[in-house]
Design a protein around this ligand. Sequence first.
Ligand code: NAD
Ligand code: 6OD
Length: 494
Amino acid sequence: MDQVVNQDIKQTLNFIGGKYRPSSSNKTFENICPVDGSVASIVHEADKADVDAAVKAAQAAMKGEWGQMPLTKRLDLICNLVDGINARFDEFLAAEVADTGKPVSLASHLDIPRGAANFQVFADTMKSHHGESFKQETPDGAGAIHYTSERPKGVIGVICPWNLPLLLMTWKVGPALACGNAVVVKPSEETPQTATLLGEVMNEVGIPAGVYNVINGFGPDSAGEFLTQHPGVDAITFTGETITGEAIMKSAAVGMRDVSLELGGKNAGIVFADCDMDKAIEGTLRSVFANCGQVCLSTEKMLVERPIFDEFVSRLKEGVEAMKVGVPEDKDTNMGPLVSLEHRDKVLSYYEAAVKEGATVVTGGGVPDMGDELNKGAWIEPTIWTGLADDASPITDEIFGPCCHIRPFDTEEEAIEITNDSPYGLATSIWTENLTRAHRVAPQIEVGLTWINCWFLRDLRTPFGGSKQSGIGREGGEYSLEFYLETSNICVKL
Ligand code: NAD
Ligand code: 6OD
């Protein structure tokens, strides 16, 4: 859309070289709040020239003060970002809630605190990080010493999704900066505000201009593609859909740039008859419906051992029907809207497909009536199905909505086979009080993350990522540093 700047509505600009800038081609688009369809902000879409300016600003930062800065000073500045975000906690919270519609109770406990904590964790990881050395014997008896030397990769392109916008962005920007890189961030077009606001905090704490840049816009033929195709970008880190990951990998192949990809999933929850039923129900209510089901780790396929199948279905139904779908500010709200009407259309297409493909709708299945003021929002009912065949599309495809199918199983082997029968391999949750069984089953599941008697319990030092079509590489602690540092070996003949 060509721009007519309406100064009454908040403007979301690009952040390039430490300054906020409108789009140089004057293109803007509306950022819609999914709670009621109102305009949360007008976003300035970066064109090729803006992306080029951002990459050049990042390159200049690497050649300037940032590239020369002693490690301790760099890490101190990064730690100051935590205080900087916390000092403006309410602004970050309001921006995240306006963009996503998620409950304030969730964003204030997860998105914003984790968004800040990611900087601390990677500053700490970098502080204790060390290289390796090897002593080698040589035929002349004098020997040689080898040691690793590390340097930042350079300019990192950071492309982010909309489901946990600040958290997933700083999960990449934190380690990238701790390792001494400069970044150009492309937030999702649906949720541009917190990444953009973070630019102010970068300036407040004294991160040099050009180290952190934000370009707003879409993917194909817009800021996302312009960024991944820019030859000045040395490596690309991406979280989003598998199909987008494939497109980004193709762009990255030109110039042989490194990629880190955190992609989609179709995650199973396996509930054995020997589980603690209360824990399994409570955990499953979270793993299916938290963030309106828009978590890559959500369990959309529940497998429940036959002797407890009926009880599990009826207790999960009871739990869902007790959940409150409501506005973000209401303290009792458990679930907000989906991120957009467009995404709701996609999720509803699976609700329809489930019925057509023979599902029994245990609860939900439609759009709730939220009243006149809210009906323009992207509201949807939390939904449970049973009775679908294993190859039905709601069972095989990632839906990314508040829904799950529950299927009975009879043996451990069957549960493992059904779980692994997927092109994805991100996460699984196993519910059993038999620890021998838990340890036997967990390593057989072809995923990057397995939780036993819990879900989304995070220690940020541990490897995080997916196998198969759920991603390439691992993030977290030292695993992130591996991606953001270029390692060389130096050999000294004694
Ligand atoms: P998406 O792939 O549609 O978009 C993600 C980002 O990529 C956006 O910023 C978008 O503008 C950009 N983009 C799109 N096409 C592009 C292109 N051709 N070149 C460059 N950039 C492009 O994903 P989404 O809808 O924002 O997020 C939901 C998806 O993300 C789900 O599949 C979910 O499973 C996945 N996800 C995965 C993880 C994980 O850790 N594995 C975490 C969160 C979300
Ligand atoms: O907790 C994290 O570090 C992380 N990357 C979570 C991803 C959630 C996906 O939606």
